[in-house]
Design a protein around this ligand. Structure first.
Ligand code: NAD
Length: 257
Protein backbone atom coordinates (compact mmCIF):
# COMPACT_ATOMS: atom_id res chain seq x y z
CA UNK A 1 0.00 0.00 0.00
CA UNK A 2 1.35 3.39 -1.01
CA UNK A 3 -0.10 5.55 1.78
CA UNK A 4 -0.10 3.37 4.88
CA UNK A 5 0.28 5.36 8.09
CA UNK A 6 -0.54 8.62 6.30
CA UNK A 7 -3.31 11.08 7.10
CA UNK A 8 -4.92 12.76 4.08
CA UNK A 9 -7.32 15.71 4.08
CA UNK A 10 -9.36 16.16 0.90
CA UNK A 11 -11.65 19.11 0.19
CA UNK A 12 -14.56 18.75 -2.20
CA UNK A 13 -14.66 15.05 -1.33
CA UNK A 14 -18.45 14.65 -1.50
CA UNK A 15 -18.33 14.02 -5.24
CA UNK A 16 -16.26 13.85 -8.41
CA UNK A 17 -12.47 13.92 -8.19
CA UNK A 18 -12.44 14.42 -4.41
CA UNK A 19 -14.65 11.43 -3.70
CA UNK A 20 -12.76 9.07 -6.05
CA UNK A 21 -9.50 10.21 -4.52
CA UNK A 22 -10.78 9.71 -0.96
CA UNK A 23 -11.79 6.13 -1.81
CA UNK A 24 -8.47 5.39 -3.53
CA UNK A 25 -6.31 6.94 -0.79
CA UNK A 26 -8.19 4.90 1.83
CA UNK A 27 -7.64 1.72 -0.20
CA UNK A 28 -3.94 2.60 -0.17
CA UNK A 29 -3.94 2.77 3.62
CA UNK A 30 -4.48 6.46 4.38
CA UNK A 31 -6.81 7.77 7.08
CA UNK A 32 -8.98 10.28 5.27
CA UNK A 33 -10.56 13.54 6.42
CA UNK A 34 -13.43 14.06 3.99
CA UNK A 35 -14.30 17.78 3.72
CA UNK A 36 -17.14 19.43 1.84
CA UNK A 37 -20.24 21.60 2.23
CA UNK A 38 -22.43 18.84 0.81
CA UNK A 39 -23.09 16.95 4.05
CA UNK A 40 -25.03 14.12 2.44
CA UNK A 41 -22.35 13.37 -0.16
CA UNK A 42 -19.50 13.85 2.32
CA UNK A 43 -21.04 11.57 4.91
CA UNK A 44 -21.60 8.99 2.19
CA UNK A 45 -17.94 9.12 1.06
CA UNK A 46 -16.74 8.58 4.63
CA UNK A 47 -19.29 5.79 5.19
CA UNK A 48 -18.13 3.96 2.06
CA UNK A 49 -14.54 4.05 3.28
CA UNK A 50 -15.47 2.74 6.72
CA UNK A 51 -17.65 0.01 5.15
CA UNK A 52 -14.58 -1.20 3.24
CA UNK A 53 -12.59 -1.38 6.48
CA UNK A 54 -10.82 1.97 6.07
CA UNK A 55 -10.53 5.00 8.36
CA UNK A 56 -12.38 8.24 7.60
CA UNK A 57 -14.31 11.11 9.13
CA UNK A 58 -16.51 13.70 7.47
CA UNK A 59 -16.02 17.33 8.50
CA UNK A 60 -18.36 20.02 7.18
CA UNK A 61 -15.95 22.62 5.78
CA UNK A 62 -16.57 25.62 3.58
CA UNK A 63 -13.11 26.27 2.17
CA UNK A 64 -13.86 29.97 1.72
CA UNK A 65 -14.14 30.35 5.51
CA UNK A 66 -10.97 30.57 7.60
CA UNK A 67 -12.56 29.07 10.72
CA UNK A 68 -13.77 26.03 8.78
CA UNK A 69 -10.31 25.46 7.32
CA UNK A 70 -8.70 25.78 10.72
CA UNK A 71 -11.23 23.32 12.13
CA UNK A 72 -10.78 20.67 9.40
CA UNK A 73 -7.03 20.62 10.00
CA UNK A 74 -7.54 20.44 13.78
CA UNK A 75 -9.85 17.46 13.27
CA UNK A 76 -7.19 15.67 11.20
CA UNK A 77 -4.73 16.06 14.07
CA UNK A 78 -7.16 15.26 16.87
CA UNK A 79 -8.74 12.20 15.18
CA UNK A 80 -5.78 10.74 13.33
CA UNK A 81 -2.73 12.30 15.02
CA UNK A 82 -1.31 14.44 12.20
CA UNK A 83 -1.51 15.52 8.57
CA UNK A 84 0.69 14.37 5.68
CA UNK A 85 -1.37 14.89 2.54
CA UNK A 86 -3.49 17.95 1.79
CA UNK A 87 -5.57 17.85 -1.37
CA UNK A 88 -7.05 21.33 -1.95
CA UNK A 89 -9.57 20.20 -4.51
CA UNK A 90 -12.92 21.91 -3.80
CA UNK A 91 -14.04 24.19 -6.60
CA UNK A 92 -17.04 25.63 -8.38
CA UNK A 93 -17.85 26.58 -11.94
CA UNK A 94 -20.79 28.98 -11.71
CA UNK A 95 -23.21 28.79 -14.63
CA UNK A 96 -23.42 32.62 -14.57
CA UNK A 97 -19.65 32.88 -15.14
CA UNK A 98 -19.20 34.31 -18.62
CA UNK A 99 -17.03 36.88 -20.38
CA UNK A 100 -15.81 40.06 -18.67
CA UNK A 101 -18.74 42.14 -19.88
CA UNK A 102 -21.47 39.74 -18.79
CA UNK A 103 -20.12 38.41 -15.49
CA UNK A 104 -21.41 39.99 -12.28
CA UNK A 105 -18.94 41.05 -9.65
CA UNK A 106 -20.70 38.76 -7.16
CA UNK A 107 -19.98 35.71 -9.37
CA UNK A 108 -16.33 36.78 -9.63
CA UNK A 109 -16.06 37.15 -5.83
CA UNK A 110 -17.79 33.83 -5.09
CA UNK A 111 -15.57 31.94 -7.54
CA UNK A 112 -12.39 33.54 -6.24
CA UNK A 113 -13.35 32.94 -2.62
CA UNK A 114 -13.84 29.21 -3.13
CA UNK A 115 -11.42 28.31 -5.92
CA UNK A 116 -8.48 30.54 -5.00
CA UNK A 117 -8.83 31.78 -1.43
CA UNK A 118 -9.93 28.26 -0.47
CA UNK A 119 -6.55 26.89 -1.56
CA UNK A 120 -4.73 29.66 0.32
CA UNK A 121 -6.70 28.95 3.51
CA UNK A 122 -6.13 25.21 3.17
CA UNK A 123 -2.39 25.90 3.01
CA UNK A 124 -2.44 28.56 5.74
CA UNK A 125 -3.76 26.08 8.28
CA UNK A 126 -2.54 22.85 6.69
CA UNK A 127 1.14 23.69 6.30
CA UNK A 128 1.86 24.09 10.05
CA UNK A 129 0.20 20.70 10.66
CA UNK A 130 2.19 19.02 7.87
CA UNK A 131 5.37 20.50 9.35
CA UNK A 132 4.45 19.07 12.76
CA UNK A 133 4.05 15.67 11.06
CA UNK A 134 7.55 15.87 9.55
CA UNK A 135 6.59 16.84 5.99
CA UNK A 136 4.26 15.70 3.26
CA UNK A 137 2.57 16.49 -0.01
CA UNK A 138 0.10 19.21 -1.02
CA UNK A 139 -1.88 18.88 -4.22
CA UNK A 140 -3.89 21.84 -5.51
CA UNK A 141 -6.49 21.27 -8.20
CA UNK A 142 -6.03 23.81 -10.99
CA UNK A 143 -7.27 23.08 -14.52
CA UNK A 144 -6.18 22.99 -18.14
CA UNK A 145 -7.83 26.42 -18.44
CA UNK A 146 -4.97 27.76 -16.32
CA UNK A 147 -2.78 26.95 -19.32
CA UNK A 148 -5.05 27.59 -22.32
CA UNK A 149 -7.81 30.06 -23.14
CA UNK A 150 -11.16 28.26 -23.21
CA UNK A 151 -13.53 28.74 -26.13
CA UNK A 152 -16.52 28.81 -23.76
CA UNK A 153 -16.01 31.94 -21.62
CA UNK A 154 -15.70 31.53 -17.83
CA UNK A 155 -13.57 34.49 -16.86
CA UNK A 156 -13.67 34.11 -13.07
CA UNK A 157 -13.05 30.36 -13.13
CA UNK A 158 -10.12 30.67 -15.53
CA UNK A 159 -8.52 33.48 -13.53
CA UNK A 160 -8.98 31.55 -10.26
CA UNK A 161 -7.23 28.49 -11.68
CA UNK A 162 -4.37 30.62 -13.02
CA UNK A 163 -3.96 31.88 -9.47
CA UNK A 164 -3.91 28.35 -8.10
CA UNK A 165 -1.13 27.44 -10.50
CA UNK A 166 1.13 30.40 -9.70
CA UNK A 167 0.44 30.08 -5.95
CA UNK A 168 1.44 26.42 -6.17
CA UNK A 169 4.83 27.28 -7.67
CA UNK A 170 5.63 29.77 -4.92
CA UNK A 171 4.47 27.40 -2.18
CA UNK A 172 6.67 24.66 -3.66
CA UNK A 173 9.74 26.89 -3.60
CA UNK A 174 9.14 28.31 -0.14
CA UNK A 175 8.45 24.97 1.57
CA UNK A 176 10.80 22.61 -0.30
CA UNK A 177 13.42 22.57 2.47
CA UNK A 178 10.70 21.72 4.99
CA UNK A 179 10.07 18.43 3.18
CA UNK A 180 6.76 19.63 1.82
CA UNK A 181 6.15 19.06 -1.86
CA UNK A 182 3.46 21.16 -3.56
CA UNK A 183 2.08 20.35 -6.99
CA UNK A 184 -0.86 21.41 -9.12
CA UNK A 185 -3.10 18.86 -10.75
CA UNK A 186 -4.42 20.23 -14.04
CA UNK A 187 -7.32 18.05 -15.17
CA UNK A 188 -8.70 18.26 -18.67
CA UNK A 189 -12.46 18.30 -19.26
CA UNK A 190 -14.09 15.59 -17.14
CA UNK A 191 -17.37 13.80 -17.09
CA UNK A 192 -18.21 15.08 -13.59
CA UNK A 193 -21.25 17.03 -12.47
CA UNK A 194 -19.28 20.27 -12.35
CA UNK A 195 -18.54 20.38 -16.07
CA UNK A 196 -21.62 18.60 -17.35
CA UNK A 197 -23.80 21.20 -15.58
CA UNK A 198 -21.81 23.94 -17.33
CA UNK A 199 -21.77 22.26 -20.77
CA UNK A 200 -25.47 21.64 -20.54
CA UNK A 201 -26.28 21.02 -24.22
CA UNK A 202 -24.95 18.42 -26.65
CA UNK A 203 -23.75 21.30 -28.84
CA UNK A 204 -21.63 22.76 -26.02
CA UNK A 205 -20.22 19.32 -25.17
CA UNK A 206 -19.28 18.66 -28.80
CA UNK A 207 -17.66 22.13 -28.97
CA UNK A 208 -15.33 21.07 -26.15
CA UNK A 209 -14.75 17.52 -27.44
CA UNK A 210 -13.40 18.86 -30.73
CA UNK A 211 -10.26 19.94 -28.87
CA UNK A 212 -9.48 16.71 -27.03
CA UNK A 213 -7.12 14.36 -28.89
CA UNK A 214 -8.34 11.44 -26.78
CA UNK A 215 -11.82 12.09 -28.18
CA UNK A 216 -13.61 11.73 -24.84
CA UNK A 217 -14.08 13.44 -21.49
CA UNK A 218 -11.88 12.16 -18.65
CA UNK A 219 -13.19 10.32 -15.61
CA UNK A 220 -12.80 11.35 -11.97
CA UNK A 221 -10.99 8.11 -11.10
CA UNK A 222 -8.31 8.97 -13.67
CA UNK A 223 -7.59 12.14 -11.66
CA UNK A 224 -7.54 10.14 -8.43
CA UNK A 225 -4.75 7.97 -9.81
CA UNK A 226 -2.73 11.05 -10.69
CA UNK A 227 -3.38 12.50 -7.23
CA UNK A 228 -2.15 9.22 -5.70
CA UNK A 229 1.11 9.55 -7.61
CA UNK A 230 1.57 13.13 -6.36
CA UNK A 231 0.60 12.18 -2.79
CA UNK A 232 2.89 9.15 -2.51
CA UNK A 233 6.66 8.73 -2.40
CA UNK A 234 6.50 7.65 -6.05
CA UNK A 235 6.75 11.38 -6.80
CA UNK A 236 9.42 12.11 -4.16
CA UNK A 237 11.40 14.44 -6.48
CA UNK A 238 8.38 16.17 -8.01
CA UNK A 239 7.51 19.61 -6.67
CA UNK A 240 6.23 22.84 -8.18
CA UNK A 241 4.93 20.90 -11.18
CA UNK A 242 1.86 21.54 -13.27
CA UNK A 243 0.73 17.98 -13.72
CA UNK A 244 -1.58 17.85 -16.74
CA UNK A 245 -3.94 14.89 -16.98
CA UNK A 246 -6.00 16.05 -19.89
CA UNK A 247 -6.37 13.60 -22.77
CA UNK A 248 -3.79 15.67 -24.67
CA UNK A 249 -5.80 18.89 -24.84
CA UNK A 250 -2.86 21.13 -23.90
CA UNK A 251 -0.59 19.41 -26.43
CA UNK A 252 -2.90 19.80 -29.40
CA UNK A 253 -2.91 22.42 -32.12
CA UNK A 254 -5.17 20.44 -34.43
CA UNK A 255 -6.83 17.27 -33.20
CA UNK A 256 -7.06 14.14 -35.37
CA UNK A 257 -10.37 13.41 -37.12
P1 NAD B 1 -17.65 18.22 -8.38
O1 NAD B 1 -18.66 19.31 -8.50
O2 NAD B 1 -18.07 16.82 -8.59
O3 NAD B 1 -16.91 18.33 -6.97
C1 NAD B 1 -16.61 19.55 -6.36
C2 NAD B 1 -16.93 19.44 -4.88
O4 NAD B 1 -16.56 20.66 -4.23
C3 NAD B 1 -18.42 19.22 -4.58
O5 NAD B 1 -18.59 18.10 -3.74
C4 NAD B 1 -18.85 20.48 -3.89
O6 NAD B 1 -19.88 20.32 -2.95
C5 NAD B 1 -17.55 20.94 -3.27
N1 NAD B 1 -17.56 22.36 -2.91
C6 NAD B 1 -18.10 23.39 -3.60
N2 NAD B 1 -17.95 24.53 -2.91
C7 NAD B 1 -17.30 24.21 -1.76
C8 NAD B 1 -16.87 24.96 -0.63
N3 NAD B 1 -17.07 26.29 -0.56
N4 NAD B 1 -16.23 24.31 0.37
C9 NAD B 1 -16.02 22.97 0.29
N5 NAD B 1 -16.42 22.20 -0.73
C10 NAD B 1 -17.06 22.82 -1.74
O7 NAD B 1 -16.51 18.63 -9.41
P2 NAD B 1 -15.09 17.97 -9.79
O8 NAD B 1 -15.04 17.92 -11.26
O9 NAD B 1 -14.79 16.78 -8.99
O10 NAD B 1 -14.15 19.18 -9.35
C11 NAD B 1 -13.09 19.07 -8.44
C12 NAD B 1 -12.04 20.08 -8.81
O11 NAD B 1 -11.56 19.79 -10.12
C13 NAD B 1 -12.52 21.53 -8.84
O12 NAD B 1 -11.55 22.37 -8.26
C14 NAD B 1 -12.65 21.81 -10.32
O13 NAD B 1 -12.53 23.16 -10.60
C15 NAD B 1 -11.52 20.99 -10.87
N6 NAD B 1 -11.59 20.68 -12.29
C16 NAD B 1 -12.64 20.01 -12.80
C17 NAD B 1 -12.68 19.76 -14.16
C18 NAD B 1 -13.85 19.08 -14.81
O14 NAD B 1 -13.92 19.03 -16.03
N7 NAD B 1 -14.78 18.51 -14.04
C19 NAD B 1 -11.63 20.16 -14.99
C20 NAD B 1 -10.56 20.82 -14.43
C21 NAD B 1 -10.55 21.08 -13.07
Amino acid sequence: MKLSGKVALITGAASGIGRETALLFAEEGASVVVCDINDEGGTDTAARIIQEGGRAIYVHSDVSKAMDCRNMVQRAESEFGGLHILFNNAGIMDSRDDNAEATDEAVWDLTMNINLKGVFLGCKYGIPAIKRSGGGSIINTASFVALLGAATPQIAYTASKGGVLSMTRELAVIHAREKIRVNALCPGPLKTELLMKFLDTEQKRQRRLVHIPAGRFGEAFEMAKAALFLASDDSSYVTGAEFTVDGGITAAYVTPE
